[in-house]
Design a protein around this ligand. Structure first.
Ligand code: PSV
Ligand code: MN
Length: 386
């Protein structure tokens, strides 16, 4: 196989999981702008997600958030997804939207609240059994707002206990993905604030516990690709939550704020052997002011472009320049790949797979946007947090 053929073959295997909540309404704490045609049910979210996959060929699975996507029959929901050409993916837990969780969930000082949170996480594993999902994604809003509010170390002990109970419930082939975030909603301490804390817990739990890197969850200036390289080296990078940010956890389209950072991350993924099914590539975004489905298509394309550039890095030339200590040449090799316009290559890959080379144009021409505005009248629109 020529080098270019190998790059194309790799691109054809790329799968980006889209989040059910990105199809619903979202906003900031100031305002949620309702959009016409937004899904009202988990099934309608899946129907929209199926369109993203239909036009990109690269978004075969959809992440669910419980309880936002709670249904009576998960096997039936999985069947509905399959009928539409997609599958149910990661199950995201939610222990941050109940009054009981004011002081935390699994780290709460009261045992009864911790029990309730753990029961929810166990319910999520039951749902995974019914949907056939491999991954349980845990993000905890737990933390404190004021120095002295609670015992930092005791909270870590409570977290470890809760995680161990859930880990013990995992079936063979199921994984626990632990996500970190430096702040928000807690403003003083967060109980899983960084990759080191997540990694330490995962290490104690066992190999089915893996770290999730949400690209929006770091302090400004953090070198995320270094974290990616380190976690891959340790065999503990389980997944990405992709999005982009200018300021805090902005949840904007991945690759919109800093396409160069996305390329650097994808390069470390490729370099570290992480471009496999063992690393789940998910979006975790909110489309507050832009149309949702085309924004998600754009995001999938942005990930594909960064990946194509990463795959195009001349690794032999880079290694030679690095070994020779040729700083400028090594940097030039990397930048050559980054500066390549990979859009024609991706258009070719799509055409060779029987897809329209222009996913956004194909979506626009499909009439789906008009159809859902006409069809989805009445009822309660789905939204982040609802
Ligand atoms: C928290 O900010 C987070 O990144 C977690 O992944 C949540 O489950 C998700 O956002 C909800 O949008
Ligand atoms: Mn996330």
């Amino acid at each position: 196989m020529t080098e270019l053929a190998a790059v194309k073959a790799a691109l054809r295997t790329q799968a980006v999981e889209t989040p059910s909540w990105a199809y619903g309404n979202s906003g900031t704490r100031f305002k949620v702008f309702a959009q016409q045609g937004v899904p009202r049910t988990p099934r309608e979210k899946l129907a929209d997600a199926a369109k993203v996959h239909e036009f990109t060929g690269a978004a075969p699975t959809v992440a669910l958030h419980i309880p936002w996507d709670r249904v009576d029959d998960y096997a039936a929901l999985a069947g509905y997804a399959e009928d539409h050409g997609v599958r149910l993916g990661t199950i995201n837990s939610n222990t941050f939207q109940d009054d009981d969780y004011r002081l935390g969930s699994v780290c709460h000082p009261e045992a009864a609240v911790r029990r309730k949170a753990v029961d929810h996480l166990l319910e999520c594993v039951d749902i995974m059994d019914a949907t056939g999902s491999r991954d349980l994604k845990l993000w905890f809003a737990d933390g404190t707002n004021y120095p002295g509010q609670d015992d930092i170390r005791a909270r870590q002990d409570r977290l470890a206990q809760a995680l161990a109970q859930v880990y013990a419930r995992l079936g063979d082939g199921q994984r626990m993905l632990l996500e970190y975030k430096l702040f928000e909603p807690a403003f003083y301490t967060t109980d899983v604030p960084d990759w080191g804390t997540a990694y330490a817990h995962c290490l104690k739990l066992g190999p089915q516990a893996q770290v999730v890197v949400d690209t929006g969850h770091h302090a400004p200036g953090t070198n995320i690709e270094f974290i990616v390289a380190t976690l891959l080296r340790e065999g503990r990078l389980g997944a990405f939550d992709f999005n982009s940010r200018f300021y805090a956890d902005d949840d904007l389209m991945v690759g919109a704020a800093d396409p160069f950072q996305l390329f650097r991350i994808m390069y470390e993924v490729v370099r570290g052997g992480g471009f496999t099914a063992d690393v789940a590539f998910m979006l975790d975004q909110c489309h507050n002011i832009e149309a949702k489905i085309p924004a998600i298509i754009r995001s999938v394309m942005n990930v594909q472009e960064a990946t194509a550039k990463a795959l195009l890095v001349d690794r032999g030339a880079l290694a030679a320049a690095q070994a020779a200590g040729d700083v400028l040449e090594a940097n030039a090799v990397l930048m050559d790949a980054y500066n390549t316009d990979v859009r024609p290559l991706l258009a070719e890959v799509r055409e060779e797979s029987g897809l329209d080379p222009d996913p956004l144009g194909a979506y626009r021409r499909s009439g789906w946007a008009e159809k859902i505005v006409a069809d989805r009248v009445g009822g309660l629109q789905a939204g982040w947090g609802a």
